[in-house]
Design a protein around this ligand. Structure first.
Ligand code: GAF
Length: 383
């Protein structure tokens, strides 16, 4: 992959790149819609990556080219980069350069060629992978000395302000900080992290990702509404963020919300979801990997019924997989389409996969895309 990307860089820009970097997409094992509530998340990196070949420039010009999009390189002047103006794919890498410069880092230009194997629109963080790979390349080339979590913060700012999507910090941190064979237990309040060993194969287990192929096209507006609803819930309860609502005192908090039904549902999801992350961490650390299955399925029910970010196709995957004997299943990522994950015994991969495909065919839905995911390395330099 890295040689092919470097070769194409040379073809487009006339000389070889100074280096090639990779940053992965992610699945989130548990902890959904908690990251903008200062809560807990637990993603792991996919083997699928965005790869970037990059060289520095000194003339204030940024050239961007993507093998996946095609066409000629897009040429931008750093002085012209401004939030909100760009509605195309280039907003993600350009936003990163804007965020770095805005934070005072002396980036004077770059030639960038990108290519990604992270499925886009599938809720697997293809945008965060694109942002982090560019941020890491510039961090190395310009010797900025930024750590993974700092790059994640800058990339989140690029996406919030430059692209205009009100996302949390999970996806960027996952891409920057995940480690091979581990899930990342992340506290999104202070970005403290713990790498939790997650070796499915050693346990005779597998994790299937099912991309429903439902593009989460309306997700931005709905995502923003959920986020605003959570902030309202926190304000009504007089806390900084829903993270501060103690699980032990959830009933009291819900009673305090009275007939604010929407706030009650959002609060209940976030508080119980944070607790589920802690339960999954404890189970994994005690070696009881199979026991996380029902916790994942419980999380899906909460996202479906309380947070209401699932969709019929995601529910079909989860119900079919659990009905066919999987240990647990849930939607992963923002929802409204995208992907689900299924935890299952190795011997169940074929029957459960077949059951999901058959259920989609019976419902006259486009065939879903299934693949096995293993916890893979985070962002890194390739050459
Ligand atoms: C999307 C967002 F980008 C994340 O920040 C997170 O909120 C997730 O949805 C839901 O958990 O992936």
């Amino acid at each position: 992959m890295s040689e092919a990307v470097a070769e194409r860089f040379t073809r487009w820009y006339g000389s070889g790149p100074e280096g090639v970097w990779a940053a992965p997409g992610r699945v989130n094992l548990i902890g959904e819609h908690t990251d903008y509530n200062d809560g807990f998340v637990m993603p792991f990196a996919l083997p699928h990556t965005a790869v970037a070949a990059v060289s520095r420039r000194e003339d204030g010009v940024l050239r961007l080219h993507s093998a996946d999009i095609g066409g000629d390189p897009v040429t931008l002047r750093l002085a012209d980069l401004a939030p909100g103006a760009d509605r195309s794919w280039t907003a993600y890498p350009a936003g990163v350069v804007w965020a770095l410069r805005e934070a005072g880092h002396a980036v004077t230009g770059a030639d960038v060629h990108l290519s990604s194997t992270v499925p886009s629109g599938a809720g697997l963080s293809s945008s965060a992978a694109l942002e982090i790979v560019v941020a890491l390349a510039l961090n190395d080339l310009y010797s900025l000395g930024l750590r993974g979590w700092q790059l994640a913060r800058l990339c989140q700012r690029a996406e919030n302000v430059y692209v205009g999507a009100p996302v949390g910090i999970m996806d960027q941190t996952a891409s920057a900080c995940c480690e091979d064979g581990h899930a990342l237990f992340l506290d999104t309040r202070d970005l403290s992290q713990r790498q939790i060993p997650f070796d499915l194969a050693a346990e005779g287990l597998r994790l299937l990702v099912v991309d429903t192929r439902v593009k989460h096209s309306h997700s931005e507006g709905e995502y923003g509404k959920r986020r605003a609803g959570c902030e309202k819930g926190a304000a009504l309860l007089g806390v900084d963020a829903l993270r501060d609502v103690d699980h032990e005192r959830l009933d009291e908090a819900l009673a305090e919300l009275g007939d604010e039904e929407e706030a009650r549902r959002l609060v209940r999801h976030v508080v119980t979801e944070n607790r589920r992350v802690e339960r999954v961490v404890a189970l994994l650390e005690s070696g009881d990997v199979r026991a996380i299955g029902p916790v994942l399925t419980e999380g899906h029910a909460s996202l479906r019924d309380d947070f209401r970010v699932s969709c019929p196709e995601l529910d079909l995957v989860v119900d079919t997989a659990v009905g066919a004997g999987a240990l647990g299943a849930r939607m992963t990522g923002g929802g409204f389409g995208g992907s689900a994950i299924i935890l299952l015994e190795e011997a169940q991969v074929t029957p459960v996969g077949d059951a999901v495909r058959t259920a989609f065919a019976t419902a006259a839905l486009p065939a879903p895309r299934l693949f096995e995911a293993t916890p893979s390395p985070g962002a890194r330099r390739l050459t």
